[in-house]
Structure formats: structure tokens, C-alpha cells
Design a protein around this ligand. Sequence first.
Ligand code: KG4
Ligand code: ZN
Length: 332
Amino acid sequence: MIILGIETTCDETGVAIVEDGRKVLSNVVSSSVELHKKYKGIVPEVAAREQVRVIIPVLRETIFNFKPNDIDAIAVSVGPGLVGSLLVGVETAKTLSVVWSKPLVPVNHLMGHIYANWLMQNSKLPEFPLVALIVSGGHTDLLLMIDHNQIKWLGGTLDDAAGEAFDKVARFLGLPYPGGPEIEKLATSCQRLKTKFQFPRPMIGSNNFDFSFSGLKTAVVNYARQMSDFKIQLSTIAHEFQNAVVEVIVTKTIKAARKFGAKSIVVGGGVAANKLLRSQLTVHGSQLGIPVRFPTIEYCIDNGAMIAAGAYFNFKPVSPEKIQAKPNLYFS
Ligand code: KG4
Ligand code: ZN
């Protein structure tokens, strides 16, 4: 089955064509991140206007070598996300579904991030039961997946998401948006393996699978403010902050995998691009004998292919009149 997936929840406009939920035949992503840089964060109105401008060119480029008859269904990310941005994708998907007479499948954007791990057609399928970790700019969640349609939410952040913490700390340190890759670059330039100070690891030992990153962000700010030469120490601060975030995420994910007897761990979302997170979770997973899967970097960021994959493995079409943008969609 060949599905065309559309993703417009935040600042990316992505359209892709995927065969059987695994083989990416075409994938185009346009990002408005450069437009937001001067504001040091996403401006929803700017994002949506840019998406109105680029959705048709992105769609045209994606389907350049295809005819409507080659496509079996349309999938669209219906939330969570920014309402103006979501509407662009949902209305486009609705129109294509009606004009081409194709089934229309709504997909939860967060599940899409998980399904980015199915996009590697030459690797083994992730084995169930699995623990799924979503770490993005807006979310930090742990889920137990018994099967494709049997999902239990285990916990999530009580305040800032992991990516949001990276972005806020970066902004405070005077780094450009998005902050995650900038902090990672700085942290890598730090020569010290161990720093003289330690930031807190919030909720690392708590008896649940929740997270909290806002206190950690405040600890970084307080530490940096009391230093006269904090510009000199930037890389050490970035290094220790990244260590703290990664240690908490790895500890909780491994705890969940152990508790629920997971046969694999899959990770999705923008922060899944972080090299320290990728290596630490892989090492700790292998100590437990559990393979840890990360999407390739291009599928960690928002894209239409992960939405097409999500639709293939949970194929529940709805009529075009019924589909709606759901800015606050979560796990039900
Ligand atoms: O999944 P995503 O593209 O958008 C949302 O759905 O939120 O994630 C974007 C987030 C941003 O907060 C960005 O700073 C973070 O992912 N990010 C990273 C890295 N690359 C992107 N965080 C840490 N390390 C990275 N290498
Ligand atoms: Zn996302």
C-alpha cells in the first residue's frame, strides 16, 4: 500500500510517499526555522503563513514522479500542534482525499515520531512489547506498546519538554534557536569528562515515569548568573546540562524497559538526534540485552514519511467531513 503523508504541526511542512509503512519513495521537507531565528523561538503566525506559501510547491515536488493512481491513501498529522499550522495540512489532505477519491487517515503527530523507527526497510522490525520514548520540542513521553494498537502511556513531563529545556537554556546562554544542536556542539567542544559542579537530575529516582526539566533549567541559570566569567565556561555548562538531561532520560527509559520486559526500545522526536542520548541509551540497552532504535537524523525532525508510516500500521480512515485539526491531542 502506498500512502502520501502530510505533516504541518509546527515549523516544518513535510510531504512524503511511503510504501507499506517502511520504504520511503519520496520525501520533501521545508522548514521555516530561519524565519524564527531572530525571535529566538517559533512564532505561530509566521509558521502558518509560510506553510500556506510552501504546501503546494512541497506537494508538487513530492509527487513529481507519481500519478494519483499510484497512491492508495492520504495520511495527515492532526495534532498536537499549532492550530494555524495544523489547518494547512488538514485542509490540504481533505482536498486531496476528495479530489483523488482516496481514503483519509488521521495520525497523532507523537505516534508519527515513534513510527519514524519503522522507516528503515532493510532493518528488522522493532519487536513488541516495546518501550517508546518521545523527546521533542513540545513533548517528553514514555509509552508501552504491546502491539500497534495497544498502547499504554507510562509518564511524561510535568513542566518543560526535554527539547524545550535545551532551547531555553540555549537562549539564556545567548545561543541561536533551535538550542538543542547548539548545546550539543558546545558540549562536544568541552574537554573535561567530569565537571567541578553538578546540576540536579530532577525526578531521576522518583517512583514513576514522569519527568521535570524546569528546575534543571533554573539551576543552570542560577549557576551561570553567579559567575563573572560564564562566557568562558559556556562549553562546560552546556556539557554538564546535556549530561543531566541525558542521564535522567536514559535512567527512566531503561527502568521502564526493565519493568515491562520490553523486547526493544524505540526513540523519536527532535532530541533523538542528540549523539550523547543515542550512545548512552544504546549502551544501557545492550547491557540489558535490548536493542535500542533511533530514526536516521532526517526522520528525527518533523516529516511526512513518519505520518505515512503511522497511518499504514494503524489504518483507520475517516470521512473528509469528519477530520479535524486537534491542537491539544494527546494519548487517549
Ligand atoms: O520533534 P521536533 O522537530 O519538533 C517538535 O515536534 O517539537 O523537535 C524539535 C526539538 C527542539 O527543541 C530542538 O532544540 C531539539 O528538538 N533538538 C535537539 C537536537 N536536535 C534538535 N536537542 C538536543 N540535541 C540535538 N542534537
Ligand atoms: Zn515533532
